[in-house]
Design a protein around this ligand. Structure first.
Ligand code: C5P
Length: 415
């Protein structure tokens, strides 16, 4: 992040103290950091400690700007490569979504033409409140990027759920992705662009459950986060989205039409019913096997060994990828491997008739399965692109921007 100028807007919440570590880490990587604090933020950390770490004066409210020697809010917002809002409180998010400009933080955010990354932190009920969720959807539609919140224990006793500030390394990874380090081009801001308008994007997500008997099933650790993020990104870009999802504990991505299934066979049938599509993304972790015949009654212990008779499930990606009829113009698969990630993915691309494979390493130490971020390689006919580690939402957004570009080119070529 050498020479990158970060404007950090610190909101008023218990997590504000974590910003001190964020500033330190940003500066360690060579970024120049300026900070704006809301009035409430100064109740949690002192401007003096923030100034000590940024080595710059800290801006606290509009009255600072009356002095002609002071820097104006327009300059503050323009003299940055990226604005990070952390913690983005429910109030700050509401102000951003509503277009308010009644203090320095909100005025800077209204005046900026730079990318904005928000790291929300609040009580889980405030995060899940429909008003906050509405505001977040609106802001994502405006091109504001989000990292977190994470799920876990809150500072208040007996409170747990989504609302914890993303960890500092996660915020750093999201910032890096936006700033385009490691060869990533600047992420195109989505504000008022809907590059997938008029397109139908079909996404599979989550695990499948294969019954052993009426109460037991075979499952896997897929959370559905990556597939759901792809569906959400496509919807934000204006696509009509059909999300065929196995059992997950996630809320439906806004603006998508969700078809819930349990087994691989049900997933294949739902996918076939949902065609035609312009893009199909197979992000589901489909069980490779199902029991040959699940009994109608619960299996009982007999004191004996019990063998499960497993038969292979249909490969949904391969079925669609290799079909000549109704094959979407762009078929994308995922490949989770624990070694030789790219080599296996390239093989899988050909074997399954996919155009692109998004390959990732899911070894136990990577924390990818069920986690928030992902390090992927995009394997296409033209070769392999290594993408830096980024939030699953950013992988999704980048992938859908690429898909939009692919469709735009093929439409132009056909005309
Ligand atoms: O073979 P493997 O499971 O590693 O391939 C992963 C890719 O294939 C993913 O895109 C996954 O969604 C898809 N797949 C599928 N149906 C299966 C197995 C995998 O669509 N039965």
């Amino acid at each position: 992040m050498k020479q990158q100028r970060i404007l950090l807007i610190i909101g008023g919440g218990i997590a504000a103290y974590k910003c001190l570590d964020l500033v330190r880490r940003l500066r360690d990587e060579g970024a120049c950091v300026r900070a704006v604090m809301t009035r409430a933020a100064t109740e949690f950390v002192t401007p003096l400690s923030v100034a000590g770490l940024t080595n710059e004066r800290v801006f606290t409210d509009l009255f600072d700007l009356n002095d002609e020697h002071e820097i104006g809010h327009i300059r503050l917002s323009r003299e940055a490569d990226l604005i990070i809002v952390a913690p983005a409180t429910a109030d700050l998010i509401a102000k951003m979504a509503g277009g308010h400009a009644d203090d320095l933080a909100s005025t800077v955010l209204m005046a900026t033409d730079k990318p904005v990354l928000a790291a929300p932190a609040m009580n889980p009920r405030m995060w899940l409140n429909p008003a906050t969720q509405r505001n977040v959807v609106a802001l994502k539609g405006d091109g504001i990027r989000f990292v977190g919140p994470n799920t876990g224990e809150m500072a208040e006793r007996d409170e747990a759920g989504p609302g914890r500030l993303a960890e500092v390394p996660e915020i750093m990874a999201a910032a890096r992705a936006i700033l385009g380090e490691g060869g990533v081009p600047h992420v195109t801001r989505l504000r008022s662009t809907r590059p997938l308008a008029g397109r139908h994007v079909l996404v599979t997500s989550g695990p499948t459950h294969e019954p052993i008997d009426p109460v037991r099933y075979i499952a896997n650790r897929s959370s559905g986060r990556q597939g759901h993020a792809v569906a959400a990104a496509a919807a934000r870009m204006g696509a009509r989205v059909t999300l065929v999802s196995g059992p997950v504990a996630l809320t439906d991505p806004p603006g998508t039409s969700v078809v819930r299934v349990e087994t691989a066979e049900e997933m294949l049938a739902a996918v076939e019913r949902s065609l035609p599509a312009d893009v199909a993304v197979f992000a589901a972790a489909v069980a490779d096997w199902r029991t040959e015949a699940a009994p109608g009654n619960k299996l009982k212990k007999t004191g004996e060994k019990h063998a499960l008779n497993l038969v292979e499930n249909p490969d949904i990606l391969a079925t669609i990828g290799k079909s000549s009829e109704r094959r979407p113009p762009l078929v994308i698969g995922f490949a989770a491997e624990t070694r030789d990630v790219v080599a296996y993915a390239a093989k899988k691309r050909r074997a399954k008739g996919a155009d692109w494979i998004v390959a990732n390493d899911v070894s136990a130490n990577t924390g990818v399965l069920g986690g928030a971020s992902n390090t992927v390689h995009l394997v296409t006919e033209d070769g392999v692109e290594d993408w830096p580690t980024m939030a699953k939402e950013d992988v999704a957004e980048r992938l859908m921007l690429r898909a939009a570009e692919f469709l735009r080119r093929s439409t132009a070529a056909a005309e």
